[in-house]
Design a protein. Structure first.
Length: 409
């Protein structure tokens, strides 16, 4: 039986910490051999035939992290993580999920690489660097992981639509905003308040009705009665809502990314648009000016669902969704797909570092905070978060000096 993996690194976070995290989340026990001085690294580099993947007697690339696992000696952080994620089934269910996981993971690595040097930054440059890093965290990285359904887009599109229509036509327009809502979930409550505020500020009260938790019957009658469905999430992996709508012969206006690219056929079963209120309003306008579009696109939508998505497995799923009409919250339990993957673990790790830097940075991202809490409460993760685990604390000045000597930076 293979023994525990052995991790060779300095006794600090550095590049090994994400490997420790992933192993811990997978419930794998591991041993650690710490490099305490330059000679320890030298010994690893020179090797003494103990290590399998050595090049001319030296450790490949002469760098750590290095992990002994399943009879191999692996180096290169990403390769080690890929191996662990594959082995422990934390790498999505298919090539498409894997592509999303890779994109999100690379973003997390970029963010980590940006934060790592802060600890060795000269004091006179530190403040400016921290400001820059915080700006990128707030405006570039965290928004990419906050998976909102982007409902304000529908409201802004309605505002744009009003500009395009005569007052007579505008009077006939009504938007129903519906979805899975749970008043015990803080993020739902906050988001609902936010949307109601936008409606009020944009003077849309008479044209918008919120249906936070609607019945199956209401949903069927809405899909029958409405001209079209607006589907606003970006980069969704699949999304069942467009399929439900098409199955009920209701055309869909969706963003031209992620799942809808597969389900909706542009100008045939609906419209695929840039995530831009003007583009959405143009598409909505078409249904108002040509009401027969609903019937033609609706029929095409039904045919598309029947033709493309009615494999046995899928039909079974669709049956469940459409007949029981459970409106799922678009797989928001995890970042990709509906199962834990490596990227949830990488994300939790980096969110904890972001909080260490400045805990207020997470405040505008309620969905990320909720995801963080959910992942933190998984048993293996919870254990790793407890004191006394192999998780490493933030590096201190003494360790930085030791690391400098060993790695010569
Ligand atoms: N691409 C490598 C980089 C590894 C790396 O730079 N390791 C540092 C320690 S964190 C090291 O061994 N430095 C010594 C050297 O480059 O000579 C990876 O991701 O594993």
């Amino acid at each position: 039986m293979a023994g525990k993996p052995v991790l060779h690194y300095f006794n600090g976070r550095g590049r090994m910490e994400c490997i420790r995290w992933l192993l811990a989340a997978a419930g794998v026990e591991f041993e650690e051999k710490f490099i305490g001085c330059p000679e320890d690294l030298e010994k690893l580099i020179k090797g003494n035939t103990k290590y399998v993947y050595v090049l001319d007697g030296r450790l490949m690339f002469q760098q750590v992290p290095m992990v002994e696992i399943d009879g191999m000696t692996l180096v290169q952080t990403r390769s080690i993580l890929n191996y662990i994620a594959t082995k422990y089934n934390l790498y999505g269910k298919d090539a498409k999920e894997r592509a999303l996981i890779d994109m999100y993971t690379e973003g997390i690595f970029d963010l980590t690489e940006m934060m790592l040097p802060l600890v060795i930054c000269p004091p006179d440059q530190r403040e400016a660097k921290i400001l820059l890093v915080k700006d990128k965290i707030k405006n570039r990285y965290l928004p990419a992981y906050e998976k909102k359904k982007n409902l304000p887009l529908a409201l802004s599109a309605l505002v744009q639509l009003r500009k395009r229509l005569t007052s007579q036509d505008w009077e006939r327009v009504h938007l129903f905003m519906g979805g899975g809502y749970n008043d015990r979930v803080l993020e739902n409550v906050e988001h609902y308040k936010e949307l109601k505020k936008i409606v009020q500020q944009s003077d849309l009260e008479r044209h918008v009705t919120f249906l936070p938790s609607f019945s199956d019957r209401q949903k069927i009658s809405l899909l029958h009665g409405c001209l079209c469905v607006l589907y606003t999430p970006s980069n969704e992996h699949f999304g069942i809502v467009p399929l439900e709508a098409m199955y009920m012969q209701c055309p869909v206006i969706a963003i031209n990314s992620g799942g809808p690219l597969e389900s909706v056929v542009h100008k045939v079963t609906g419209f695929l648009c840039e995530p831009d209120p003007v583009r959405f309003s143009e598409a909505m306008d078409q249904f108002i000016h040509k009401p027969s579009l609903k019937a033609t696109m609706g029929l095409a939508g039904r045919a598309r669902v029947a033709e493309k998505f009615s494999t046995e497995v899928f039909a079974e799923q669709l049956f469940q969704y459409v007949t029981k009409l459970v409106l799922k919250s678009h797989g928001q339990d995890y970042l990709v797909g509906n199962k834990l993957t490596r990227v949830d673990i990488h994300l939790l790790e980096v969110l904890l570092y972001v909080e260490e830097l400045d805990s207020s940075l997470l405040a505008p991202f309620p969905l990320l905070k909720a995801l963080k809490n959910r992942i933190s409460s998984l048993p293996n993760v919870k254990k790793f978060l407890q004191p006394g685990s192999q998780r490493k604390p933030p590096i201190n000045a003494k360790q930085i000096e030791e690391a400098r000597k060993i790695f010569k930076f």
